[in-house]
Design a binder for this molecule. Structure first.
Ligand code: HEM
Ligand code: HEM
Length: 239
């Protein structure tokens, strides 16, 4: 099987369809996306709570419910991440692209730059990629792997302040406060992470939709039925 980082050998199928996104990856993708939207929305209201309502505070539990939903979505998010990392080890070669990013390859960086020009400066030279294009691979790794881990570590460290010293959250994530003893600073970093997610979501949706309209391959449908389809049977290189 030819990976997305190689050219297609002479005489091979260059049109597809190719089965790329397996069922566990697709299920994880949509659960991950919903969890993040819930986390960003509830997190925003934890940072900027709604004005107090009239009457007894104990009659309302509005902000408490926001926190409960935030923590529930956080559990789904964290377990989903562990499952997806496991699938990076046992899934197909495209599933492994999320964790294994060839940062050492000059050719790969050249292809990243090509995609930057294609998506940002509207050059009309589109390449064909069976798996993720190199720019997508870089962004997905930086945000959905590194930033996700950062949000889990800072989030569960903040959570440990509620569960208390000696709790599982404290044992597993209390080290965050050794690196940054100020709880307020950890909250601020966690909050800044939310804005990085918002930036990623907007860019990601722009890129996958634009792929459908202005490239040589399909975009959104890939994450629905799992198949990569090309619009022409020309070479994989930019045209
Ligand atoms: C994409 C992932 C996440 C986003 C976008 C997000 C966003 C936020 C935001 C914006 C805040 C408010 C920060 C502030 O007060 O300035 C917050 C608070 C918090 N988050 Fe997250 N979060 C995420 C993941 C997690 C995870 C995985 C956990 C783990 C349990 C978590 C636990 C917490 C806790 C404990 C608080 C503090 C709640 C409080 O003090 O009332 N978050 N989150
Ligand atoms: C809202 C939060 C979202 C997040 C955090 C997110 C995250 C991701 C991640 C991590 C991947 C890589 C999947 C893997 O290989 O494991 C991915 C791929 C993809 N996502 Fe999303 N996604 C979101 C929303 C969406 C939406 C709304 C759409 C459709 C409009 C979409 C369409 C796609 C497609 C088509 C791919 C495959 C891209 C490619 O061909 O390389 N995503 N997304």
């Amino acid at each position: 099987m030819v990976t997305s980082t190689e050219s297609m050998p002479e005489g091979k199928d260059t049109k597809g369809p190719f089965y790329v996104f397996e069922v566990p990856v697709r299920i994880w993708h949509w659960i991950h996306a919903i969890a993040i939207i819930v986390l960003c929305t509830t997190g925003y209201f934890i940072a900027y709570p709604l004005p107090s309502m009239s009457g007894e505070a104990s009659d309302h539990f509005l902000m408490g419910n926001f926190r409960l939903i935030h923590f529930s979505a956080a559990m789904v998010f964290a377990v989903g991440l562990v499952v997806r990392f496991y699938w990076s080890l046992v899934g197909n070669e495209y599933a492994r692209e999320l964790l294994i990013v060839p940062l050492w390859s000059r050719d790969w960086w050249k292809r990243v730059w090509h995609e930057v020009k294609f998506y940002s400066f509207f050059t009309r030279k589109a390449s064909k990629n069976i798996g993720h294009n190199p720019l997508a691979q870089l962004a997905l790794w930086a945000i959905n792997v590194l930033l996700s881990l950062f949000m889990v570590c800072t989030g569960f460290a903040l959570y440990s302040q509620g569960t208390g010293a000696g709790s599982w959250a404290d044992i597993m994530f209390g080290w965050v406060f050794v690196i940054e003893p100020s709880s307020q600073a950890v909250r601020m970093w966690h909050f800044l992470g939310m804005w990085m997610w918002v930036f990623f979501i907007i860019t990601h949706i722009y890129v996958v939709v634009r792929t459908d309209f202005a490239s040589r391959q399909n975009g959104v449908s890939g994450m629905i039925d799992g198949y990569r389809r090309f619009k022409d049977d020309g070479p994989m290189e930019p045209q």
